[in-house]
Design a protein around this ligand. Structure first.
Ligand SMILES: [Zn+2]
Length: 498
């Protein structure tokens, strides 16, 4: 609708012929709007926010809205808040709080925690599904300003070989060995109101497929690592929803996939005398067997099934840079709590102990993974940005920007890279139009940037302000968040490891 607007001088009011101006609590004036959902770029527009949602996106200078507060958007760019689809808070409030601050300070306004549930509610300093649910309600109600938890996941589900790691008194089906275990587990998780069943390497085939079938019937999804005995195509055809980490796909893209899957099925089953390949053998065989035409067929299947890919490339980058002194001297490590950092150092030392040949292959494997994200995207596979934050050298918040840069390196346009952290996660969450877009009716989770992310994806870091439900965190507030994390690092009391 076009309105003719007549300013009435002296009264400081603006009247629209036909309808009076609507009120808004906040306006971002004269800004370039980048909407990843529609792929539209609208220079010289104003965005109006009321009660936590976007109520108007209008050409600048119009008078359809009167806003109480405003932000100057001139020369700036507004994008939806970013979503990180693979984060770990480690179920510990002492880790969760600084992590949430790092995410927010870096413009991450929503995240998927990938190991939310505690088997045992008596864990000290617990920050598990109950805390995440409380936080979700609190952010939605305009209470605390933190990133929004987007889904509740189970703890990683391992196979029967990992039963020794279960807490005392936990039912054995939590590490399922049979199809019956898988079904019982799905029902148990459903009663705990879990959305995402996160599976891990050692779940046996029968248990995995039964778990997946039962979970799907209960309106939960199964995501995570692929069990080692299951191929990417089998998992995708069975309805596995998101494949995490750039690890399974490279194997699937060649003739090594069958060999590997068969031997690992025997290893997982505990067959006497059967050992899996070493990292060297596995990666060498994967690289040697890589075949672009096999890969194209696999990716076509993933695209047809709507399987999402969350490659978390930073985890593979760590493998090959573990011994690199510049990498290990990352200035952002000042935001990492001492016990986490100690764990990282140990992991880095272990990984850096690989032979030169293996380190070189890790580099090739990482590069292949990045290349596959570009191929996947070009084939129509839905790729989402996730980081594995708090895993070794994955520094929460900053890591998501690194991942977006890798997606551009893989061949995506900057707009498509932005979609991996906005429109695509919203679609995955069945919240398209509600999150990850700048359009009327959407939640006002926004980033105001000082430079154009479509000109250079690194400009997603040029953050002037972050809005969560329309609540503005300006640059000074974001800097305070970063300082608070550094203070938490300094003040760490040396207590029990989180
Ligand atoms: Zn993870």
């Amino acid at each position: 609708m076009h309105r003719t607007l007549i300013p009435i001088l002296g009264l400081g009011l603006t009247v629209a012929c036909g309808s009076p101006p609507q009120t808004a609590s906040l306006a971002i004036h004269d800004v370039t709007v980048i909407d990843p959902l529609s792929r539209q770029v609208l220079p010289d527009h104003s965005v109006f926010v009321s009660e936590g949602r976007i109520v108007g996106v209008e050409p600048a200078g119009g008078a359809a809205f009167l806003a109480t507060d405003s932000l100057d958007g001139s020369g700036r760019f507004v994008i939806p808040g970013l979503m990180d689809m693979h984060v770990h808070l480690f179920r510990d409030a002492r880790v969760a709080r600084p992590t949430l601050n790092l995410l927010l300070a870096n413009g991450i306004t929503g995240f998927r925690e990938m190991a939310s549930d505690c088997w045992d509610a008596t864990v000290e300093h617990a920050f598990c599904t109950d805390s995440l649910r409380e936080l979700t309600r609190d952010v939605a109600a305009g209470g605390r300003t933190t990133p929004r938890p987007l889904a509740m996941s189970s703890l990683p589900i391992n196979g029967v070989s990992q039963r020794g790691g279960l807490p005392e008194g936990a039912p054995e089906f939590l590490a399922p060995g049979t199809a019956d275990d898988g079904r019982t587990l799905a029902q148990w998780l459903n009663a705990r109101q879990i959305d995402v069943v996160k599976v891990y390497n050692s779940v046996p085939r029968d248990a995995y497929f039964a778990l997946l079938d039962e979970a799907t019937g209960l309106d939960m999804e199964v995501s995570g690592h692929l069990p080692l005995s299951v191929s990417v195509v089998e998992a995708s055809n069975a309805g596995h929803r998101t494949i995490e980490h750039a690890r399974d796909l490279p194997v699937a893209c060649g003739s090594y996939s069958d060999t590997y899957r068969k031997v690992m099925a025997r290893v997982v089953a505990g067959d006497d005398g059967v050992n899996g390949p070493s990292a060297f053998e596995r990666i060498r065989a994967t690289l040697d067997a890589f075949d672009e035409s096999v890969c194209a067929a696999v990716l076509t299947t993933l695209a047809a099934n709507g399987t999402y890919l969350v490659p978390t490339h930073g985890t593979r980058e760590m493998d090959y840079l573990a011994g690199d002194s510049a990498y290990r001297a990352n200035d952002r490590l000042r935001y990492v709590l001492p016990p986490i950092r100690e764990g990282w150092e140990a992991d880095l030392d272990r990984t850096a102990g690989a032979s030169d040949d293996l380190v070189e292959m890790y580099g090739e494997f990482y590069a292949l993974g990045v290349r596959l994200s570009g191929m996947a995207h070009a084939t129509g596979v839905k790729v989402m940005a996730g980081t594995d934050s708090n895993d070794t050298m994955i520094i929460p918040g900053f890591a998501l920007h690194d991942e977006l840069a890798r997606f551009v390196e893989s061949g995506m346009s900057p707009m498509d890279a932005l979609r991996t952290a906005t429109a695509t996660p919203a679609e995955y969450l069945d919240r398209s139009g509600d999150l990850g877009t700048i359009s009327v009716g959407a939640v006002a989770d926004l980033l105001l940037l000082n430079a154009d992310p479509l000109a250079d994806i690194a400009n997603t870091l040029s953050i002037e302000a972050v809005l969560v439900g329309g609540r503005v965190q300006d640059r000074a507030t974001l800097d305070e968040l970063l300082v608070s994390v550094e203070a938490a690092v300094s003040a760490w009391d040396g207590g029990a490891d989180p």
